[in-house]
Design a protein around this ligand. Structure first.
Ligand SMILES: Nc1ncnc2c1ncn2[C@@H]1O[C@H](COP(=O)(O)OP(=O)(O)O)[C@@H](O)[C@H]1O
Ligand SMILES: NC(=O)OP(=O)(O)O
Length: 311
């Protein structure tokens, strides 16, 4: 029987918030990924980059404040750097875990560019929080410099950038080829490097694509059986954080749409995950999304925990 294909989207807690935390976090993440690889799944791993791309962009902006705007490092270049920086730590952690278990398996990181629509309304309405958390005062100072900020889910203020919908993953065939050759493939990091297609020339645009959205697109294009979104909660809830909170184990697309209309899922955190799951379910028969904790991934795939979204 053909091996089942899984796209795993890693959230912030699989990576940590700084260089030191990342090294520790990816070691644990690698164990979970190699456990699944040992069960015979074909695995494609995507990841977020919110804290990391913000850190890189800040470092680049501060390199020389007097540089002309045309010489400054653009945001898509920082996204590319974040793919390399996170990709190499994940790849090496997985390599080490394979070595420790004496497994003859390969792991590759593919830098990936994702086409977006130049006319996407998201360019007019920045919604993706990146970088470190700031106080309201710090945010006001940034706003005065013309940098947009927003309050992020009660956790403080962050810089906010445009997050257009992913339309086309340019390295899809490379990803497919490596996956079919048995590699664990790390790709579409940070949502992919956002580009527009100008008569065949790929030109970076100032944005950060949502990694759950690109993971859903990747999973549908690759014909994955499962999209697994690993985050900081074991299950999705309705009335989240309230007295009448109810954890959900099973969610049909129809129910999900009703809950979305009731605004049960927070914008910028759980909402894009549910929307990504709905799009994946609607893209082909039998396509299911699991949302759970990193350490519960195997149990979730075995149907023991997490929230599964399906038609
Ligand atoms: N209805 C909900 N059910 C469960 N979690 C929710 C809900 N609404 C918001 N959340 C929050 O969404 C968070 C996951 O989003 P986020 O931190 O952005 O994810 P990521 O793991 O991709 O970095 C959870 O940790 C939880 O605090
Ligand atoms: N690009 C992206 O979605 O990053 P986060 O998951 O860290 O927000």
């Amino acid at each position: 029987m053909e091996n089942k294909k899984i796209v795993i989207a890693l959230g912030g807690n699989a990576l940590g918030n700084d260089v030191e935390e990342q090294k520790e976090a990816v070691a644990k993440t690698a164990e979970v990924i190699v456990d699944l690889a040992q069960q015979g799944y074909h695995l494609i791993v995507t990841h977020g980059n919110g804290p990391q791309v913000g850190m890189i962009q800040t470092a680049m902006d501060n390199f020389d404040k007097d540089l002309a705007a045309s010489k400054k490092v653009p945001l898509p270049t920082s996204v590319a750097m974040s793919q390399g920086y996170i990709g190499i730590d994940l790849q090496n952690a997985i390599k080490y875990e394979l070595y420790r278990r004496d497994l003859d398996m390969k792991v590759s990181t593919i830098l990936s560019q994702v086409e977006v629509d130049e006319q996407d309304e998201a360019f007019e309405h920045p919604s993706k929080p990146i970088g470190r958390f700031m106080t309201e005062e710090e945010a006001k100072e940034k706003e005065a410099e013309g940098i947009r900020c927003m309050e992020d889910a009660g956790r403080g203020y962050r810089v906010v950038v445009a997050s257009p919908m992913p339309k086309r993953i340019r390295e899809l065939e490379t990803i497919r080829t490596l996956m079919n050759a048995g590699h664990i493939v790390i790709t579409c990091g940070g949502g992919g490097i956002p580009v527009i297609n100008k008569g065949g020339k790929l030109v970076g645009v100032s944005a950060v694509i949502d990694k759950d959205n690109v993971s859903s697109l990747l999973a549908s294009k690759i014909g994955a059986d499962y999209l697994v979104i690993l985050t900081a909660v074991e299950k999705v809830a309705i009335n989240f954080g309230k007295e009448n909170q109810e954890w959900l184990s099973d969610l049909t697309v129809e129910q999900a749409k009703e809950y979305i209309a009731q605004e049960q899922f927070a914008k910028g955190s759980m909402l894009p995950k549910i929307e990504a799951a709905v799009r994946f379910a609607e893209s082909g028969e039998g396509r299911r999304t699991l949302i759970t904790l990193l350490e519960k991934a195997a149990d979730g795939i075995a149907g023991k925990t997490g929230t599964v979204i399906h038609m």
